[in-house]
Unconditional design. Structure first.
Lengths: 146, 146
DNA sequence: ATGATAATGATAATCACTATCATGATAGCA
DNA sequence: TGCTATCATGATAGTGATTATCATTATCAT
């Protein structure tokens, strides 16, 4: 289950951040979209519920949410400007469609063994990872020529 | 084994690209460095063998090498401006040090099973992936407080 | 050697993102 | 509910990386 906008609003307050209409608008956009969104796209969508909101505020809010680990970046091959809501306690990763740029999460990720191997090969004290798969989503796959 | 600058020069020619001294200088820099390098860093190093080279040319050459899959981007948590040489037939991934930004390759990566699971969960026709581990390299690990 | 073609570099433009700062809004508290 | 310290916002302008344009120059097949 992913966070709701209201749930996150509470988390913001717990951390001593004020809950402004702008932030709430952004949260609603993020929570309502399963896909990754660029700052501009978020701004665009947020304007429909809060027309005066500035792009700057979107950047600031994303930075805040990112610090609180409520939102995470998506690294697509053609750029790294996407953000999407983070599943809370759950480890997750992305599958990015090369056709339509759609991003989908997946849950299972059993990298503990691999992490151990990498530790042995490189000596690094590993504390995190980024794993993304690329391919064609079912729709684009069906539309693509055989 | 990684490509040598000369080997890549041949590949460039095979694809109908001209081999200029600038490109050769950039290739030598890339081949000589195991680490990831930003466009500026590459420019800086290339200037020692070809002082008149412009940063623009570095960008263009990186873009070309990237199209030919001879070079790949490194996605670090704090930005995505790094490039490094690609091991040819060999599947490889990066371990990025959060302390000193050093990047090391590792070889073993057994994601076939996981790829299958992801296919089942998402229906995506997967054709590639990005996997990077983050942590502290042995040096930074030793320097860090316990 | 020559010429078609592609690459370079200078300049300026664009694009994403950030710093600054005065104004306005929020939330804790009486 | 009203007051006030503090935080957030938005306008403006600024930064820094990357890209477009275009005249000049270099490469390579002939």
């Amino acid at each position: 289950m992913r966070f709701t906008a209201n749930r996150i609003a509470g988390i913001l307050r717990e951390h001593g951040h004020k809950l402004t209409p702008q932030r709430h608008a952004i949260l609603r956009v993020m929570a309502a979209t399963h896909d990754h969104l660029t700052p501009e796209a978020i701004h665009e969508k947020a304007r429909s519920s809060k027309p005066e909101i500035g792009l700057i505020t979107v950047y600031r809010t994303l930075s805040l949410l990112s610090d609180l680990k409520l939102v995470c970046r998506v690294h697509a091959p053609n750029g790294c400007r996407g953000y999407m809501m983070r599943r809370p306690a759950e480890h997750h990763h992305h599958v990015v469609c090369s056709g339509c740029d759609r991003v989908v999460d997946f849950r299972g990720c059993h990298l503990a063994d691999l992490e151990q191997e990498v530790l042995e090969e490189t000596g690094f004290d590993i504390n995190g990872h980024l794993l993304e798969f690329y391919g064609l989503c079912p729709d684009c796959s069906a539309a693509a020529p055989a």
